[in-house]
Ligand binder design. Structure first.
Ligand code: HEC
Ligand code: HEC
Length: 257
């Protein structure tokens, strides 16, 4: 009896060990902080370029003070947006970088255009070629410096958000209690301790950090990582991703009430 049980435990142990190894392996290949070794190798100046790329992805037009009044030639004619906003990277490729496979698979931002995930960890030179192609039609509205920043962001700045934000519940995997410390020493200066110091919309339909964090966690995570264009808002990309997710969780739970 005892012997038999012993054997069983051994096999179970082996099975457990194998599963555990597989789990760690999957974790390693999926973990951007491991894959994103390239980003860590960037010098201070290049790292700053990468961070600027995140801001440019959000809105390169306001950041570079470029004015356009037409709708982007590659924006689908049945799309719901028009004018300047159709030139923003996020408008065609999404806050979750997954385009038609992500949050923009339906709704007023649907375009049917692919995301940028396939270009993660690709050579920046190769990405610049894509950005300079006829489809994008940016020409010299974007400077070489800004093209480089955008390419660095596409290569080493974007992440697979589905590993950290649940698609259905929209909840971040972070821990609000740990996010508290970061929020209350940084973000608080502008957004206030209840997150209501800045209203992103109007009095009639106020929108605060807590609102956005629950409605569009992918956008909020992008802002936490890179900052907000045309503002003094800081970027938390110098912290590891886990800490950034703690801040997102804090915004969703404590400020979301
Ligand atoms: C008006 C819509 C639109 C805007 C704005 C736009 N793109 Fe694109 N992008 C496209 C289309 C269309 C493709 C081609 C997809 C294909 O080949 O099917 C593309 C392809 C890409 C690809 C290659 C994806 C792949 O898997 O083939 C990358 C990377 C990319 N864009 C980055 C950007 C960046 C960075 C910006 C902002 C500076 C941007 N795009 C702005 C429409 C847009
Ligand atoms: C120096 C001031 C400042 C700091 C610090 C700051 N922000 Fe902001 N933040 C702003 C401003 C200004 C805006 C733009 C407000 C607007 O568009 O009306 C903004 C916008 C945002 C938005 C985007 C809302 C939207 O959808 O347009 C989010 C989310 C956000 N902040 C979260 C944070 C978080 C989280 C932190 C801490 C990591 C933080 N901010 C730190 C000033 C700041």
């Amino acid at each position: 009896m005892n012997n038999e049980r012993g054997m069983k435990t051994k096999t179970t142990n082996k099975l457990f060990y194998c599963t555990y190894c597989m789990f760690i392996f999957v974790l390693l290949i999926n973990n951007p902080s491991v894959c994103a070794g390239e980003a860590e190798k960037l010098t201070g100046k290049k790292f700053a370029q990468l961070a600027r790329g995140g801001i440019l992805y959000d809105n390169w037009l306001t950041e570079l003070q470029v004015k356009v009044d037409n709708t982007h030639p590659s924006y689908p004619s049945d799309g719901k947006q028009k004018g300047e906003t159709t030139w923003r990277c996020k408008e065609c490729h999404g806050w979750d970088y997954k385009g038609k496979a992500g949050a923009y698979s339906t709704g007023s931002h649907y375009t049917g255009i692919v995301g940028i995930r396939a270009y993660s960890n690709q050579k920046p030179e190769k990405i610049i070629k894509v950005l300079k192609d006829d489809t994008h039609a940016f020409g010299n509205m974007i400077s070489d410096d800004a093209y480089e920043a955008l390419a660095l962001f596409v290569a080493y700045g974007q992440i697979d958000v589905d590993l950290y934000i649940d698609r259905t519940t929209k909840k971040s995997t972070g821990d609000p209690a740990s996010g508290w410390r970061i929020y209350l020493t940084t973000c608080v200066k502008c957004h206030g301790d209840d997150g209501k110091e800045i209203n992103f919309r109007d009095e009639a339909k106020p929108e605060y950090i807590g609102t956005i964090a629950n409605k569009n966690p992918w956008e909020t995570l992008h802002k936490i990582r890179w900052g907000h264009p045309e503002s003094q808002m800081i970027s938390l990309v110098f912290l590891d991703l886990e800490a950034q997710l703690h801040v997102l969780s804090f915004c969703q739970t404590v400020l979301g009430k």
